[in-house]
Design a protein. Structure first.
Lengths: 113, 116
């Protein structure tokens, strides 16, 4: 069965700190890994990483896929209180896994002023 | 471009009743996936529809069903509600012009279902 594990489950930092969130996956016929940010509403798409795109960056956020270690990290530099949210990692398998994302438990990030 | 919309946003039902939730994908998106989110289990995949066909289904009982219409709008139905069905139900749409591998999924705001 496909599995995604995130760590840490929660993290408390102060504004300006840099954080690294981890995600490991065990997915048959792995195709892509996605990161989402969830506040008190729907998950918001951040990045999708695939074999042809193992590193993505957007502003203070960046993500890397390590296909050898079956893992990914999400980095947030110069954190702000608005970064407080649940960060979700999800993996997609190829083949007949149409439309299916397997999600990790999420990392709850709290950024204090 | 409008995002994914879901109706209703909140629902309160009693055990044994049935419920229908609606999802309108982003214009041009033909793939719609449904997820159940609970504090204990997190986000779990229910099913995916593309061009009015269910292509994939998660490990949920047959009480959970869905369908997709020709305009890509989708509905999911839960019959004989149980207390454990209380959850946030999220739908996500994806632009798959040829129905190929998963692309980015964009989520709607969800329907919060409470079963009493």
């Amino acid at each position: 069965e496909d599995k995604v594990v995130q760590s840490p489950l929660s993290l408390v930092v102060h504004e300006g700190d840099t954080v690294t969130l981890n995600c490991s996956y065990e997915v048959t016929n792995f195709r892509s890994l996605l990161w989402y940010k969830q506040e008190k509403k729907a998950p918001t798409f951040l990045f999708m990483l695939t074999s042809s795109g193992i590193e993505k960056k957007s502003g203070r956020l960046s993500s890397i896929l390590d296909k050898k270690e079956l893992s990914s990290i999400l980095n947030i530099t110069a954190t702000q209180t608005g970064d407080s949210a649940i960060y979700l990692c999800a993996a997609n398998a190829g083949g007949t896994s149409y439309g299916k994302l397997t999600f990790g438990q999420g990392t709850i990030l709290t950024v204090h002023p | 471009k409008a995002g994914v919309t879901q109706t209703p946003r909140y629902l309160i039902k009693t055990r044994g009743q049935q419920v229908t939730l609606s999802c309108s994908p982003i214009s041009g998106h033909r793939s719609v996936s449904w997820y159940q989110q609970t504090p204990g289990q997190g986000l779990q995949f229910l099913f995916e529809y593309f061009s009015e066909t269910q292509r994939n289904k998660g490990n949920f009982p047959g009480r959970f069903s869905g369908r997709q219409f020709s305009n890509s709008r989708s509905e999911m139905n839960v019959s004989t509600l149980e207390l454990g069905d209380s959850a946030l139900y999220l739908c996500a749409s994806s632009f798959l012009p040829s129905g190929g591998p998963l692309n980015e999924q964009f989520f709607g705001p969800g329907t919060r279902l409470t079963v009493l």
